[in-house]
Write a protein that binds this ligand. Structure first.
Ligand SMILES: Cc1cc2nc3c(=O)[nH]c(=O)nc-3n(C[C@H](O)[C@H](O)[C@H](O)COP(=O)(O)OP(=O)(O)OC[C@H]3O[C@@H](n4cnc5c(N)ncnc54)[C@H](O)[C@@H]3O)c2cc1C
Length: 431
């Protein structure tokens, strides 16, 4: 297999991962006299903060995914290749990928993070993660299929297992999907599944910490708990999930929770790529970098976003939070530093400008923290809506999502609750 990217005299910058950080860096360096090679496992950029809305049938996958080839149409000296980067050969200044070898002058790792099942094979194989658009489509199909199965199930215990949903993880993703599913139970279930008793559907939110949204202010946690309880979510704080077999989630105090649908949003770890010295890997498999995002112990290799851990920032001694703004700001700084170096100017260290955090609670409430300003409720949700709408790529996508939100706000009658099962590509799966 060949990468088929002809080398020219331009400095070649290879970017691994076109997520929030990788895309921003590619945008920052395009048409600036470099040869840019962007490699991603998918042929599209995805916007993770809205993935939970795909899982809960609120928006279509295509509304928050944008094809790289479209974004960079007409860009000179830009190459996109779809494939997985497996290994870095630092001596040869090359990476090994599923489609062949690609040489670099400078390499930027922006491959993000993946779900952490903490080594438990039952969690990994039997629960449903919600990290990518693929995960979210699978989750949506599973939730809808379980409801269809509940409709035709005579055994009341089995029916209950089909109807119950357990979410493990009380961070923003857990809170947001719990709220969205509770809205679905309240508004969709009685209309679409009139033969099921909606009151029999339980949505449990299992959280190991003593409060939800533990990285936010206590007042925000309380607002989130109150809002979710009002929607009917059963919150179980100080509860550690230990195992999941035979549709039974086992908690630390040995209580079993019966459900065929367990959503796992309990932790992440950085995506790994071979060839990085083990001494350069820190907590959560994150790649250790300096304040300029240069990988410790490597030459001409940077890492940004969820995949890295910046050492030496006294304000963040344990590394920055794995958030969109961190990835985006690091990308902008690295792009500017590469240009500064080309112009014989000194590089600038990365400093994180915390612009705030927010999480939705159902379809018309949110909690927001911007510096000292902390508030919740409808206006927080409006702000969340504006911020996220601005971040979605493409005018068409922005318009569709806004219309969808307005429609669902008014009556929750959008018809996205379809179960599509993609067929396996037999030809490509032949050995
Ligand atoms: C469900 C969910 C909700 C979130 N909500 C929020 C939120 O509300 N606010 C917030 O600030 N943050 C949120 N985050 C976190 C935020 O999305 C991440 O911090 C951010 O996306 C990190 O950007 P990144 O560029 O480092 O990685 P990503 O955006 O994850 O991009 C990584 C890219 O690398 C590609 N890739 C991975 N491995 C390889 C490989 N080996 N070879 C080639 N390509 C590879 C992937 O396909 C992907 O495109 C959320 C995350 C999730 C999962």
């Amino acid at each position: 297999m060949r990468a088929n990217i002809r080398r020219n005299l331009l400095h070649r910058i290879v970017i691994v991962g076109g997520g929030l950080g990788g895309l921003r860096i590619a945008m920052g360096l395009k048409n600036k006299g470099y040869q840019i090679v962007l490699i991603d496992k998918n042929n599209y950029n995805q916007f993770p903060p809205l993935i939970y809305q795909i899982a809960s049938s609120g928006i279509e996958p295509s509304n928050v995914s944008f094809p790289f080839r479209r974004i960079f149409q007409g860009c000179e000296n830009f190459f996109f290749r779809m494939g997985e980067v497996l290994f870095i050969d630092e001596k040869e200044k090359a990476i090994r990928t599923t489609f062949g070898t690609v040489h670099y002058d400078e390499l930027i790792l922006a491959a993000g993070a993946t779900t952490n099942f903490f080594g438990n094979a039952h969690f990994e194989h039997n629960t449903l993660p919600m990290k990518t658009v693929d995960d979210a489509i699978h989750l949506r199909n599973t939730i809808l299929e379980r409801l269809e199965m509940a409709e035709t199930e005579d055994n009341p215990e089995h029916r209950q297992a089909f109807m119950n949903i357990v979410i493990v993880g009380g961070g923003p993703s857990g809170v947001e999907i719990a709220g969205a599913l509770a809205e679905m139970k309240r508004t969709v279930l009685p209309r679409d599944y009139a033969d099921l008793d909606a009151s029999q559907m339980h949505i449990y939110l299992v959280n190991a910490a003593d409060r939800l949204l533990s990285t936010m202010d206590k007042a925000s946690s309380e607002k989130a708990e109150k809002g979710l309880k009002e929607l009917g979510v059963e919150i179980m704080n100080n509860c550690m999930a230990m195992d999941y077999t035979n549709s039974q989630l086992i908690l630390k105090d040995h209580t079993p929770l019966t459900s065929k649908t367990v959503i796992w949003v309990s932790g992440i770890k950085a995506n790994t790529i071979g060839g990085i010295p083990s001494t350069s890997i820190g907590r959560g498999a994150r790649i250790l970098v300096d304040r300029y995002n240069r990988v410790k112990g490597m030459q001409d290799v940077y890492a940004i976003g969820d995949q890295c851990l910046v050492e030496g920032d006294e304000l963040y001694p344990y590394g920055h939070p794995q958030l969109a703004q961190v990835a985006i700001q690091q990308a902008a700084n690295v792009a500017a530093n590469i240009e500064r170096l080309q112009n014989d100017k000194p590089m600038r260290p990365f400093s994180y400008n915390n612009v705030g955090v927010m999480a939705t609670i159902g379809r018309k409430k949110a909690v927001v923290e911007i510096g000292k300003l902390k508030f919740g409720g409808f206006f927080a949700w409006l702000l969340w809506l504006i911020v996220h709408l601005r971040s979605i790529l493409g005018v068409r996508n922005k318009t569709i999502v806004l219309l969808n939100w307005m429609w669902s706000y008014l009556n929750y009658k959008q018809s996205l609750r379809l179960i599509f099962r993609p067929k396996e590509d037999k030809e490509n799966s032949l050995p």
